[in-house]
Ligand binder design. Structure first.
Ligand SMILES: *Cc1c(COP(=O)(O)O)cnc(C)c1O
Length: 378
């Protein structure tokens, strides 16, 4: 069955006990056991909760994995997956990785003896050159944040596999509707479910998904041991949000294409970064590995003054951190997602003071463009 059908008919669409068309919220921390010798499937809700499990099975199925794990945030999912590595291990990481991931790698995991090298992952040669004998992982984001750079996932995963390293992909921007890294040979998919998966700007959550049995066992051990699990209320909200993932992504993407094309024609907008534009250097690779360019784009304005006017004057797009909601969100990477990155690092990565990121929501594209026009050209 196709994605649109599978997202509704997940295997959890009817509660077997009551026939309810919504997964019950098991708001419990523990489960009574019948006998000393035989414990039931559930014993303590950190280890397993039926509401969370329905969500975990759903995300696993959508990503083409065998198991999914729900965490209290995207960073909890990413940090938990990074606990697969040990002191002395080395990671190769795409250079415009999410700011929070950069922060845990350079300030937390580095202290634990896990070293990272940041590379331009649009270049498979650069990835290959960064491998060392102790490289155990390759961490990618494509399209990357905030410059929407594209990495050839199948090519990169092949390089890593040949060297015995795992490939981890943060698939937040695409969601499994548009891109499924496990099907391209990657080992672990990570998400900030806070963004498009939940989609309504009302939950913080994260996911890890894999299809490898050994990795499933290890991630289950880490999830239970480290304990950064998602609660049942939030799990239920994400299950509800997920039901409309396809229609939200389709509509937001259609508007994002219109906005990107309009921006690209404006003289006060010297650069637009969006893999849906033919001029994007990664457009070809992206089209081969993903079902569409998504709903996030970024662009540079001609001056800092104009950048400020746009950010502070925008009413349809909220000036805020985050993305992937039903409402458009305009953000300022230099002071928001990449504030954790030292200014020199940020400048070297092209995250300038005139760069703006726009996550296109479900407003009418004509209205979004009219407001951008009045703020940029008015
Ligand atoms: C938001 C985000 C994260 C972090 O997720 P949280 O849910 O905020 O912890 C990680 N990666 C990407 C690409 C993100 O956009």
């Amino acid at each position: 069955m196709k994605f649109g059908t599978r997202i509704i008919h997940t295997g959890h669409e009817i509660d077997p006990t009551t026939g309810a068309l919504s997964v019950p919220i098991y708001q419990t921390s523990t489960f009574a056991q019948e006998s000393v010798d035989h414990f039931g499937k559930y014993d303590y809700a950190r280890s397993g909760n039926p509401t969370r499990e329905a969500l975990e099975e759903t995300i696993a199925q959508l990503e083409g994995g065998s198991r999914g794990f729900a965490f209290a945030s995207g960073m909890a999912a990413i940090s938990s997956a990074l606990l697969l590595f040990s002191p002395g291990d080395h990671l190769v990481v795409c250079e415009d990785v999410y700011g929070g991931t950069f922060r845990v790698l350079t300030r937390l995991f580095s202290r634990l003896g896990i070293e990272s090298t940041f590379v331009d992952a649009t270049d498979l040669g650069a990835i290959e050159a960064a491998f060392r004998p102790n490289t155990k992982g390759l961490f990618l984001e494509t399209p990357s944040n905030p410059l929407l750079k594209i990495t050839d996932l199948a090519g990169a995963a092949r390089l890593a596999r040949a060297r015995g390293a795992l490939t981890l992909v943060d698939n937040t921007f695409m969601t499994p509707y548009l891109q499924r890294p496990l099907e391209l040979g990657c080992d672990i998919v990570l998400h900030s479910g806070t963004k498009f998966l939940n989609g309504h700007s009302d939950v913080i959550c994260g996911f890890a998904v894999t299809r490898d049995e050994e990795l499933c066992t290890q991630l289950a051990f880490i999830q239970n041991g480290f304990g950064a699990v998602l609660g049942p209320q939030d799990s239920w909200l994400v299950l509800r949000g997920l039901k409309t993932l396809k229609v939200r992504m389709e509509e937001s993407q259609r508007s994002a294409v219109a906005v990107a094309e309009w921006l690209a024609a404006q003289t006060r907008v010297p650069e637009v970064f969006y893999p849906g534009l033919a001029s994007h250097p990664g457009a070809g690779v992206h089209a081969r590995q993903a079902g569409g360019p998504g709903a996030v784009l970024s662009f540079k304005l001609e001056s800092v003054a104009l950048t400020r006017r746009l950010l502070e004057g925008s009413t349809l797009a909220a000036f805020a951190v985050s993305l992937g909601g039903v409402e458009s969100i305009i953000s300022y990477p230099a002071k928001m997602s990449h504030a954790a990155m030292p200014p020199e690092e940020r400048a070297a990565r092209g995250v300038t003071d005139t760069l703006v990121r726009l996550s296109v929501g479900l407003e009418d594209a004509d209205d979004l463009i009219a407001e951008l026009d009045s703020l940029i050209n008015g």
